[in-house]
Design a binder for this molecule. Structure first.
Ligand code: HEM
Length: 481
């Protein structure tokens, strides 16, 4: 069906406004680390294939400045990007050069190459003008809208209605194949690894497991599709070899898998200069965790210093300091996406954890000495039982982490070390639970109940805040099962 470019421009703007309104309040700000990361990958894809530029990720600026007679999002025109903060929606879509990425797709994309595969595919839909094609099923509506607005110059809100309809129309199988093919070429020309595309779709298929994923309803996955993608790989690798943008690249760019954070790559550059790990500490729900963590630590430190200090005082002081550091180092890695981010994150994570480990183990030695001096029995309270389990788990966690990161050869090489990383991640969260139990149980000890007077409800409340900040950012797909 023939839709004139002028009308397409109108539709693009209407779609853009529609999207803005729909996701109002959920859009990540332009300076958010994820928006910048996705924008950078999108720009790289667009520019290396000469498809235009990503003007701005700022809602009020994007969407302006389109040339009236060229279809938006195609042939050197302006594209827009919105990143919707919704981890439960593993989806991405495009309509007339408006690219929408839901944060839920990121764990499935897994790394920068996987993200390039998702975006390349979406850009492919726009390049092939599937948006307009999809209208063939609503021809009548479009003809009416087009005619009315041409005749009267007034929109009647119909453009908007049509754009809503458009967003709900799935692509057909042929269009999906076309977008797959174009997507591979687009990502290859930007020097991403085309192999990431079939791998990403396979992951998506595996993840489905009966659950309904939005991306799947419009992008059905089948073995046939993965095979088709794999068959297209040689062509994509040729495109990458021929791409001017990839000239001088010593070797294919490899993805930064989820298994990598603790495993350094010698050729890993800190290319992601914009990425700021510290933003992760307060972005999204992390803010809640900070409130809970700070409140708990301040309460412990304040009450300790308000009482007579002794050798034992170092136990709660050092332990709460350790807990705070563990919390920060966990939040910092939630999330990291590119290889550079992961490596930076892993280094800071290991430094903070080492300090936390030293602080907490010093606290352990101190409490043992303090209690022994008074000839008190050891490990009699619930707090001390949870505490000793926590210490053992922390010791095991630190040992495994160190081996994975610094001495992978001890477990049979990097590959083996990578394969056990998911367990390290899970046990990290289990330790988190034990720390919370230990902290709650401490309110039942005589010292805390009668001297410090820190109440159980207060620790429970602080813990709830911490969990509310940490849990929503846990990405189950990163556990690798
Ligand atoms: C996750 C952090 C913590 C761990 C792993 C931990 C661990 C332990 C352990 C293993 C003991 C038993 C020592 C023994 O029986 O010889 C103990 C005792 C004690 N801890 Fe902690 N502790 C932590 C945090 C705290 C905090 C924050 C406070 C105070 C606010 C505190 C107060 C006490 C007290 C009063 C005792 C002596 C009473 C008892 O033995 O149950 N602890 N801790």
């Amino acid at each position: 069906m023939d839709i004139n470019p002028k009308f397409e421009t109108k539709m693009a703007d209407a779609t853009y406004r529609e999207l803005l309104q729909t996701y109002q309040g959920q859009l990540l700000p332009p300076d958010h680390v994820l928006t910048r990361h996705i924008a950078r990958v999108t720009s790289r894809l667009l520019e290396s294939s000469n498809l235009g530029t990503l003007r701005s990720v700022e809602p009020h600026k994007a969407g302006l400045g389109r040339t009236e007679d060229v279809a938006p999002g195609v042939g050197g025109r302006e594209w827009t990007l919105m990143v919707v903060h919704d981890d439960k929606v593993p989806n991405a879509m495009t309509a007339y050069g408006n690219v929408v990425v839901f944060t839920g797709i990121l764990p499935i994309a897994k790394d920068e190459d996987g993200l390039a595969a998702v975006l390349g595919h979406e850009i492919g839909h726009t390049v092939a003008r599937h948006t307009s094609e999809r209208y063939s099923s609503s021809k009548f509506l479009i003809i009416v809208v087009q005619a009315l607005s041409a005749l009267t110059g007034i929109d009647f809100g119909l453009t908007r209605m049509a754009s809503t309809l458009l967003l709900e129309l799935p692509n057909n199988r042929t269009q999906e194949y076309e977008a797959d093919k174009l997507g591979l070429q687009i990502m290859a020309k930007a020097c991403y690894d085309p192999q990431a595309a079939p791998a990403m779709f396979q992951r998506l298929g595996q993840l489905e497991g009966g659950r309904k994923f939005d991306f799947l309803s419009t992008h059905p996955i089948s073995d046939k599709r993965t095979k088709e993608l794999e068959a297209l790989l040689p062509e994509a690798y040729e495109a990458r070899a021929a791409s001017a943008a990839c000239a001088g690249m010593a070797k294919p760019r490899m993805g930064a898998g989820e298994t990598e954070p603790l495993l350094g790559r010698t050729d890993d550059e800190f290319e992601d200069v914009d990425f700021n790990l510290w933003t992760n500490l307060i972005s999204g729900p992390a803010f809640m965790a900070q409130i809970g963590g700070v409140a708990l630590v301040v309460a412990i430190w304040a009450s300790i210093f308000m009482h007579k200090l002794s050798l034992f005082s170092a136990h709660p002081l050092l332990n709460s300091l350790g807990i705070a550091l563990l919390l920060e180092s966990t939040l910092m890695l939630q999330p990291t996406n590119t290889a550079a981010q992961k490596r930076k994150g892993a280094i800071v994570h290991s430094i903070l954890n080492s300090i936390a480990f030293l602080a907490m183990y010093s606290a352990f030695i101190i409490v043992i000495i303090a209690k022994s001096r008074k000839h008190e029995h050891h490990f009699t309270s619930a707090h001390s039982v949870f505490g000793i389990i926590t210490y053992i788990l922390i010791l095991m966690q630190a040992t495994v982490g160190m081996i994975q990161f610094y001495f992978p050869s001890l477990v049979g090489g990097k590959e083996k070390a990578k394969s056990i990383y998911k367990y390290h991640r899970i046990s990290g969260y289990i330790i988190f639970v034990f720390i919370i139990m230990t902290a709650i149980a401490v309110t039942y000890t005589d010292f805390v109940a009668h001297v410090l007077k820190i109440r159980t409800w207060f620790v429970v409340l602080c813990s709830a805040f911490v969990l509310a900040g940490v849990l929503p950012r846990v990405e189950p797909t990163k556990f690798g099962f």
